[in-house]
Design a protein around this ligand. Structure first.
Ligand code: URA
Length: 268
């Protein structure tokens, strides 16, 4: 059953609903009912030589004999989507590979405006091969809906690490460093117009910043020329409901940056 926008906002705990004024230049354009590129397939698919329009979770056989070698940025730099998916699926660069069911590369539109980066797959994602499909994912979907965007339509979702940290612990700095070339390559291929970092691990992985989220929110950062905004991780928001309003502010901040980049004459 799909939730209405009103229900999504209620789900995010954002009530009364915040509505942009009719005459606001920030008012979103109507979103079509059937987005062109929103095909997110949970079934494993074979990797083909031509890049798909929409990234889907790819279940690849894991070579247990592969040596544990960190992927260098150089080795990953030139990879296209199928090769990147194959490399990540077979990665043995850190010990996270030992307990994963599968690596989770990411999902969504390969020509996105938005890139959301989380921490790492949890139990549900490890099984399904797709990021943010558990409770935190439901909240993330509600956050996207509150922006009138949807998973797979102008949005790509990835994680700082591609394999589930055992017990859903926070990934260690070394694990994030091992995985970083993959995220860097994803960003280079996706060329998003804005990156939203969900939680401290994503901030560490992309910005190399370890300050508190509270001190980083509301500021524009940049990664390789792409604007970056920091907000709370949905799992944190589920435990700290009053913070949802702050996450909503952060998303509006990100949307203003995105819109102003498209129309520099708009007031911020
Ligand atoms: N939390 C994350 O950070 N990523 C996921 O994919 C799921 C939960």
């Amino acid at each position: 059953m799909s939730l209405s926008r009103e229900q999504m906002l209620a789900e995010m705990g954002i009530t009364p609903r915040w509505v942009l004024r009719e005459d606001s230049p920030l008012r979103p354009a109507a979103v079509p009912d059937q987005p062109d590129q929103c095909t997110v397939v949970a079934e494993p698919v074979p990797v083909s030589v031509s890049a798909p329009e929409v990234a889907v979770p790819v279940a690849m056989p894991v070579s247990r004999k592969a040596p544990q070698v960190s992927p260098s940025s150089v080795a990953v730099d030139g990879l296209d989507w199928p090769d990147l998916a194959h490399t990540v699926a077979n990665c043995r660069a850190c010990t996270l590979c030992e307990q994963r069911k599968q690596a989770v590369l990411g999902v969504g539109d390969l020509n996105p405006d938005w890139l959301f980066v989380g921490e790492g797959p949890g139990a549900d994602e490890d099984v399904k091969g797709e990021p943010f499909v558990g409770q935190a994912g439901k909240l993330l979907d509600a956050m996207l809906a509150s922006l009138d965007i949807a998973r797979g339509n102008k949005v790509y979702i990835a994680n700082a690490v591609k394999c589930r940290p055992p017990g859903n612990r926070t990934p260690e700095a070394g694990e994030m460093a091992s995985c970083r070339p993959y995220l860097e390559r994803q960003i280079a291929l996706l060329k998003p117009k804005i990156i939203v970092l969900l939680g401290k691990a994503a901030v560490h992985a992309v910005l190399g910043e370890d300050k508190s989220l509270a001190s980083l929110r509301g500021q524009p950062f940049e990664y390789g020329g792409v604007p970056v905004v920091v907000t709370y991780h949905p799992a944190y928001l589920l435990r700290n409901l009053p913070e949802k309003a702050k996450a909503w502010e952060d998303l509006l901040f990100a949307r203003r940056i995105l819109r102003q980049a498209a129309s520099p004459n708009l007031p911020f």
